[in-house]
Structure formats: C-alpha cells, structure tokens
Write a protein that binds this ligand. Structure first.
Ligand code: ZN
Length: 198
C-alpha cells in the first residue's frame, strides 16, 4: 500500500478506474461545495450500468444515503453507500455537457463538461457517449418542491473534507469527475479526491 492512497481529480476533469467486488471507494470533497459525478459499469459487460430509474424506484425516495443500494439497468446491485457525511446527493440530473452550457448558460464555446470528461475517461474501456446514463451526483444539492415537482440546483451542503463511501457489489469500471457546472458548485471549480481500499 502506498503511504498516501489518495488520488486527486483536477477541477473540471474526470477519470476512470477499476473497482473490484468488496473494495470501497471514498469520494472526498476536498475544499467543500464541489460535486462529483459517479458512474459504474459492470467490468465483464459494460452494457450493464447504474440506473437512476431502477434505483429510485426500489428506494421509493430520491435522496439516497448510508445503507442505500445503487442498482443497474438489469436490477443487480452495483454499489452500496456505506458512509455519508453529507446526506444530500442527486440521482435525477444528467452529467453537465456542452449542451447543458449552451442551453442553460448560453455559452457560445462550451466546455465539454462531466459528460465529455466521462466519455473520454471511459473510452479506453469501450464505453461510448450513448452508453452514459444519469450519474450519481455526489454532493449535488437538488431540492424538489413536493407539490409541483419544481427543482433547483442549490450549493452543495458538503464542507471541506466531507466524504461519501461506496462498497462495490461486483467488479466495476468507475467513472468519476470534478463537476464543471458553475451552478452545481456554488460558482467555482474545485478538485475532488478519492481513495480505494480493500
Ligand atoms: Zn458536471
């Protein structure tokens, strides 16, 4: 084991790596108020991927935390949240993208966003853009009006050093970003760190 197992994802970028069954992945908000989009694909068949729709259906809730399971499009458990300092994450909204910045922010030369960063990082594993689903957005704070369903993107509730930890229920390919959208990260772009253990 290296003395410092922590890896850092620079602002507005992303990475991909393998996570074996039984290993834990801790996502760390280094400076606070920074979102990290997380994807998990089955290592043996990358057409199996985490599913927001199935997960929220089975949880009967939209806010997931310690003890909750993240299911795949084939209803297998991919990840389980085993520790959570924050208790507010999003599993409704797609990764930010060129189109997010064009449509919502009016950017004329938009950044590729988490979507482009995930696509690039996962490309060596055979994942193509059309295979990228709604990500589990660690630390993203999306309050929803219970009557109208109207939602907002508010600053994350996470403080510097806060973490959320997952255990893998299968051998997985993980995609992980430091999110690139101003609104999601209270107006500034910060790094994300992660640690794998087990
Ligand atoms: Zn993003």
């Amino acid at each position: 084991m290296p003395s410092d197992p922590r890896s850092e994802i620079p602002p507005r970028s992303g990475t991909a790596f393998e996570l074996r069954k039984g290993q834990t992945l801790t996502v760390i908000d280094v400076r606070g108020e920074q979102v990290a989009d997380l994807l998990a694909f089955d290592r043996e068949d990358i057409h199996e991927v985490i599913s927001s729709g199935r997960t929220l259906d089975y949880a009967s809730r939209i806010y997931l935390t310690t003890g909750d399971l993240l299911y795949s499009n084939r209803s297998n458990v991919m990840l389980e949240i085993v520790a959570d300092d924050v208790g507010r994450h999003d599993f409704l909204l797609t990764p930010c993208s060129k189109d997010t910045f064009r449509i919502i922010y009016g950017d004329t030369d938009p950044h590729r966003g988490c979507f482009g960063n995930l696509a690039a990082a996962l490309e060596p594993y055979g994942v193509t853009e059309d295979m990228i689903p709604v990500a589990f957005n660690c630390f993203m704070n999306v309050p929803v009006d219970g009557t109208t369903g109207e939602l907002r993107v508010d600053p994350p509730l996470s403080k510097a050093g806060d973490t959320v930890t997952f255990v893998a229920h299968r051998d997985l390919i993980i995609g992980l970003t430091a999110c690139s959208a101003l609104q999601s990260n209270n107006g500034s772009f910060k790094p994300i760190a992660y640690e794998i253990s087990g």
